[in-house]
Design a protein around this ligand. Structure first.
Ligand code: MLT
Length: 404
């Protein structure tokens, strides 16, 4: 008789964004006349930039001819894309990352869920609280997180690093020593950042205690301030303690196209074993790479025209962020984020819980956001709005919220 992976049964509820999707669909079905503005999930709304569309068209054309047809992509991804990443995202920033340390994939979400597979089940993970749910959920599925306590909404074997207003939503070094540390900056969900010096402290700490930092740089394109690091590899010593995850979803609109990459430096070792070789072995077997046409589209992201077009898209979303941030502040809300990240993090008014505010906003303003408590217990009493909507919808949502 077959057995299931019982770890899945330990997961409370459904995936945060699925829960929200179901609630919004039910509300819309009950109130078909109401117009709803969706500023919940961090999904982009601007179309793919013309340089990317052009690259897609031409790659599709290539696939239609025997001489230029492409079958399976190489395990690590095509060299043309890995070289473009190595140059633009690392060498141009003075970081020492070689093209063969870059693994192209079908998105950072998959990689952030899958990367835990190369680590033993007895590793203890540390996460920011609140946190992007995929890091914890994927470790629950693997059986690494112990027992869930519904009263605290915490797992017994997870080290939570609270990120609250008191610490500017930036985690402090944990008292208990972790083996794997998940960090994401600019942060999802709070939109906070840390300086290069602060990140260096994490790198020094990880090297000292023998931990690995899994660094999610998905929102890097939104950094507007000096001294906020674009990659963990700007820090000395990161090559021996860090893995970096990167997405094409948020900077280039690939949420539906799917493309990302993971960097594992060859110096990152457990004894004699390079983690690079384990991830390469996994890519060989459980390939989650991207099709040729998508990798060609990814290459266009780094063309001069592509870069200019994408700077405009990022500026468009950041103008939304500023509009929402300033508007809510004027209306008396306590807000943060939105300066180096496309997320605005606000304190719920009148001591409402995060889910109470979710319902209140949906029912009275027709605006969908994400309850902060969905990202972890320290998110209770907070709420996230995304800047990834259209400008018109961002303004309209703001107006509706102001009238409440
Ligand atoms: C979010 O809204 O937090 C993310 O966009 C969801 C995701 O990337 O999976």
């Amino acid at each position: 008789m077959f057995k299931i992976n019982e770890n899945y049964l330990k997961l409370p509820g459904s995936y945060l964004f699925s829960t929200i999707g179901k609630k919004v669909s039910a509300f819309q079905a009950a109130h078909p006349e109401k117009s709803i503005i969706r500023l919940g999930i961090g999904d982009v709304t601007q179309p793919l930039a013309p340089a990317i569309i052009e690259a897609l068209h031409s790659a599709v054309e290539e696939m239609g001819h025997a001489e230029t047809f492409h079958g399976y992509a190489p395990d690590l991804g095509y060299e043309f894309l890995r070289n473009a990443i190595a140059k633009n995202d690392y060498a141009d920033r003075g970081c020492d990352i070689a093209a063969d340390e870059i693994f192209v994939s079908d998105g950072a979400k998959c990689d952030s869920g899958n990367i835990q597979e190369i680590f033993g089940l007895d590793n203890k993970i540390a996460v920011c609280d609140p946190v992007y749910p995929v890091y914890v959920d994927s470790n629950v599925m693997a059986g690494r997180t112990g027992i869930y306590d519904p009263s605290t909404e915490m797992w017994s074997d997870v080290i939570y690093m609270p990120c609250r207003a008191e610490n500017n939503f930036a985690p402090e070094l944990p008292e208990e020593t972790p083996d794997l540390i998940y960090l994401c900056f600019p942060n999802n969900p709070t939109g906070s950042t840390i300086t290069k010096e602060q990140l260096q402290e994490w790198v020094d700490y990880a090297n000292k205690v023998g931990a690995v930092i899994i660094y999610d740089a998905a929102y890097e394109a939104y950094i507007s301030e000096e001294n906020v690091p674009h990659t963990i590899f700007e820090c000395q010593g990161a090559r021996t303690c860090a893995i970096e995850l990167k997405s094409f979803s948020k900077n280039a609109g690939f949420t539906g196209t799917r493309l990302g990459y993971t960097v594992i430096p060859k110096d990152l070792k457990c004894g004699d074993v390079a983690l690079h070789s384990l991830w390469a072995r996994r890519h060989g077997t459980k390939y989650n790479g991207a099709p040729y046409i998508v990798q060609k589209a990814g290459e266009a992201v780094y063309s001069e025209t592509g870069k200019a077009q994408l700077r405009q898209q990022v500026a468009y979303y950041m103008n939304n962020a500023k509009t929402i941030l300033d508007g809510l502040a004027e209306a008396g809300y306590t807000v943060s984020g939105g300066v180096n990240a496309p997320y605005i993090w606000l304190k719920t008014p009148d001591k409402m819980s995060s889910w109470q505010f979710f319902d209140y906003l949906l029912e009275n303003a027709g605006v969908v956001g994400t309850p902060g408590s969905g990202f972890g217990p320290s998110g209770e009493g907070y709420f996230r709005l995304t800047a990834f909507g259209s400008y018109e919808n961002s303004v309209a949502a703001l107006e509706r919220i102001k009238k409440l």
